[in-house]
Design a protein around this ligand. Sequence first.
Ligand code: SF4
Length: 499
Amino acid sequence: MNPAEKGVTMMNDLHLSKSLFIRGLQCHKSLYLQKHHPELKDETPPSREALFRSGSEVGVVAQGLFPGGATIPYDPDTYDRQVALTQEEIAQGASTLYEAAFHFDNVFVKVDILNKGKNGWDIYEVKSSTSIKDVYIPDAAVQYYVVKGSGLPVSRIFLVHINNQYVREGGIDVRQLFTVNDVTSEVRQMQDTVEGELDAQKTMLRGDIPRIDIGPYCSDPYECDFVGHCWEHIPDESVFDIRGSKSLPFTLYNRGIVRLEEVPLYMLTPNQRLQVEAALERKVVISSEAVREFLDSLWYPLYFLDFETVGAAVPLFDGTRPYQQVPFQYSLHYLEDEDAGLLHHEYLADPKIDPREELIKKLASEIPQNACILAYYAGFEAGVLRGLAEWLPKYRDDIDVMLGNLRDLAVPFQKKDVYHWQFSGSYSLKYVLPALVPDLRYEDMEVRDGDMAMQAYFRMRGSGDPEEIGRLRSALLAYCRLDTLGMVRIIERLKEMTK
Ligand code: SF4
């Protein structure tokens, strides 16, 4: 539950907040369940919690656009107090407020930055995305509706988002990091809609649970957290597993088709048909010749490379842009020749340093210039290497050789030269590995995917506890090692399958 929602659930059943309003705009049932049955909610995944945290951090950095303001602290038990404090600050002549609180028409909002301009107060809503999304306009519109309705003369309202062209050089230049967009006219045009929707939401909350079936709005614009409850009737294998079309699963569902065996095959593309038929018959489809051709294109020494990277809205290192992926770890398994034993190198940066030079220096010393380098989704590894070459040109020659020797293990899966029914239409390593090498599993690991690796790295950066840092280091090393070991085992498996 995010802070604004939490505060409001303490109030009466008809009270709303900005986030509750946006929830209701996406689906009335979601708002109803949040207010009346929060116990039915899914567990918040760590990635969503990380997103909330990153949003709050960006909000704090954006306060630097108008330094010296007064903060109205958030506290779920002092909802009225926050509104009163805001009024006190304004009455005492404050010209900039952070997290100012307002209440009007049974709606409570917190404004990221409120600044007194020449013609009245200006509202700044801060987003950690790199562009304006459609949903931000109603989000800003309800802020404007409440602040203005509470009696404050509002002049303009702005959406502030991350400028992805900004390159960090030394300290953060907040004016360059953010792009500020005046959305006053769009927001004013929406005022009647906001009022009408608020009335509709309050009326709905007084009644019985809305009879709303699942729909595309369950994940658009946000992933709803009542999916576990509302989607209970969908079987494990269903039309919602079919890849390659956003609209097809609901087209089928709305015709009463839920199970894969009910799907009319003529409605499917060749890849979707392969997915459905393979799932129904539990089969593996392989084009041995194409897979052999791929295997023959590799050579020894053969190196299996995987990076773990970090990217943040506020760039961590000089020369990087917002969200640019900077490597802090790699795993490198290798085979000198076909009959040689498997060897391994790895690197994981001290979280307090800029890892780039240490990492590329070690990597360049460990991969011979004649090695074939295999990565899964090699385009990602190539992008990371290019970023390193740009920042550290003295390694450009070494990196160019690596780029020339880089091959992509995802290719045979992407081309469907080999397809296992358990891939579920995907060619991500997270599907391919457990299907082909079932004894290697991520499930019991503390770090199980790239997002979790990034969060573990952030936790290590912020931790002063050597025991915690040690535990996170071990978890990161084990995860990255499994990714490259997985690639080794996939190659072995492909060889067996094409024998
Ligand atoms: S899962 Fe879908 S139908 Fe259920 S509350 Fe959420 S958006 Fe509404």
